[in-house]
Structures are given as C-alpha cells and as structure tokens.
Design a protein around this ligand. Structure first.
Ligand code: SAM
Length: 276
C-alpha cells in the first residue's frame, strides 16, 4: 500500500502498512498511517503534515529560529500546530512563561494525542493554554502581548488561507510586544515559489529585519520547506543570545550555525526573497 501527496505536478509517495485514523471534520480530512520506513505519517486533506522520522527538523527550526532571535522571550503564541510538535520545542525554553496556542480544529489535537504521542507531549506542559478558533481572528483581538508568534499552518488552500494574507501579518505585528519576532511556515522554493515571494514581500514591507530560512525535510515534496521570519527588534537571521548547553543537547537539527546558514539561499531563489 502506498500513499501519495500530489501537488503542482510533484508527488511524494510513502509505503504504508496500516490506516490508523480517518476523520472528516468541518475544516479538513485527517489521516494517519503506519509506514514501513518513516514512522507514523499525518496528512490533512491529503497533504503530508509530518512523519515521525523527520518532523524534528521542521519543529526545531520553526520554534528555535524565532525564539533564539529574541533576546529574552517570555510570551509565545503558536497559531495552528495541532500536532503539538512546535509546542514541544517551545516548551524546551525555560525562560518562556506563557505559551498560547490557537488551533482551528480540535480534532487534529485529539488525533495527535491518540496516535502521535511523541509530538502531542507538547500539550503536557503546564504553560500551554489552548484556544480553539481561527488564528486570523485570534490575533485581531490581541495587542502588545507576545514576544514570539509562530504560524505553523497548513498550505494556503483550505482553513489556512487567511493566515497568508497581509492583513493577518499586520495584526500579528500589532499583537507583538516591542522587539517581538514572527515566524511562519513559508512553503518550498521549488514547489510554491509564488507563496515564498508573497510572504517574503509582506514580511520585508512590515518589518525592519526579515528573512526566509530553508529547512531540509525529506518527506515534504521537493525535500524542503521554509520559515519566514520578521522583527523590528534585531536581525532575525542571527541568534540574539547563546544557546543554553542543556537545550543544545536536546536538539538534533538546530544549531547557531544552522540558524545563520539557513538564510543563505541558492542563486535562483534569491529573487524570490530579496527586494527586486
Ligand atoms: N507542518 C505542517 C505543514 O506541513 O504544513 C503544518 C502542521 S500543523 C498540523 C497545521 C495546523 O494548522 C493544522 O492542525 C490545522 O488545523 C491548523 N490550521 C489551519 N488553518 C488554521 C487557522 N486559520 N487558524 C488556526 N489553525 C489553523
């Protein structure tokens, strides 16, 4: 049995042994499979969200790049991220006092807790407070509250669509405390270059410092995805402080060198992310 994600003329196929979960919610369909090589696999509307084999790469970069680009983050908001993986990484920062999450689909959280415990353990941290709702609405009603906002969303089609608009980015900026940092799931330079260009343009327009960082994730079609970061506080492309040794020991992908290096893009991709 093989499961294929197909998009924009690309496909990625994974061999599976068991269909563990299929749910249709008001927002999307959720499927979780056991696979032969990459642990458990989660898809939303047929699009691969994660596998247990390489999820650490995405979660670590989505969390630690913005958290390390801030000198002392205390209040963090995660939008989306129902699997809990980004929460797990944020919770590794002992200086963080409050972790709010706004996820639109409670069923994703339920399925992750049942079938993906190594990610859903993020919900066990007492600092986590879950809000069920649309992240674009949530940020509209919060002002000057967060040091870091992480948007761990699905692709621009479906419920994630409002999370790719300029208005959402303006509202996120308003929800930040002075010097705050935003980071968002910013797609692949090979698969969706127009989305990379759009998010890069928006963050560059709204923030003094911005950048698109590449993340190697073999089970996303084209083998990579990006994180778009922005801040008025300092250059988000370099860490603002030293990585605590206890945290460094827990990580498998993020290092201060990877933080700096991920923003060095191949020549063809530079026009997507730099000012024309
Ligand atoms: N790593 C991922 C990928 O492959 O793109 C994203 C993973 S995470 C499971 C994406 C989450 O975003 C889902 O749980 C989905 O329900 C949530 N989501 C989508 N649109 C949203 C919205 N408007 N507000 C809040 N959460 C949303």
């Amino acid at each position: 049995m093989w499961v294929t994600e197909a998009m924009n003329g690309f496909g990625l196929t994974v061999e599976v042994t068991e269909h563990l979960c299929h749910r249709v919610t008001p927002y999307q369909t959720i499927d979780i499979y056991e696979t032969t090589k990459v642990g458990r696999l989660m898809l939303l509307d047929g699009i691969i969200q994660l596998t247990e084999y390489d999820e650490f790469a995405y979660q670590e970069m989505m969390a630690h790049v913005p958290l390390m680009a801030h000198p002392a983050p205390e209040n963090v908001l995660v939008i989306g991220g129902g699997d809990g993986g980004v929460l797990r990484e944020v919770a590794r920062h002992t200086g963080v006092r409050r972790i709010d999450q706004c996820e639109i689909d409670a069923a994703v959280i339920e399925c992750a807790k049942q079938y993906l415990p190594s990610l859903a353990c993020g919900y066990d941290d007492p600092r986590v407070c879950v809000h069920i709702g649309d992240g674009s609405e949530f940020v509209r009603s919060h002002e000057n509250e967060y040091d870091v906002i992480i948007v761990d969303s699905t692709d621009p089609g479906g419920p994630g669509a409002p999370l790719f608009g300029e208005e959402f980015y303006r509202n996120m900026k308003r929800a930040l405390r002075p010097g705050g940092v935003i980071a968002s799931q910013a797609e692949s330079i090979y698969l969706l270059p127009e989305v990379v260009r759009h998010l890069s343009d928006v963050t560059r327009k709204l923030f003094r410092y911005s950048g698109y960082g590449a993340i190697m994730v073999p089970t996303y079609p084209t083998g990579m995805i990006g994180v778009c970061v922005g801040s008025d506080g300092g250059d988000v492309r370099v860490p603002a402080r030293e990585l605590p040794p206890v945290l460094a020991e827990q990580l498998r992908y993020y290092t201060p060198e990877v933080h700096r290096g991920c923003f060095l893009l191949p020549k063809f991709a530079r026009p997507l992310t730099e000012k024309a």
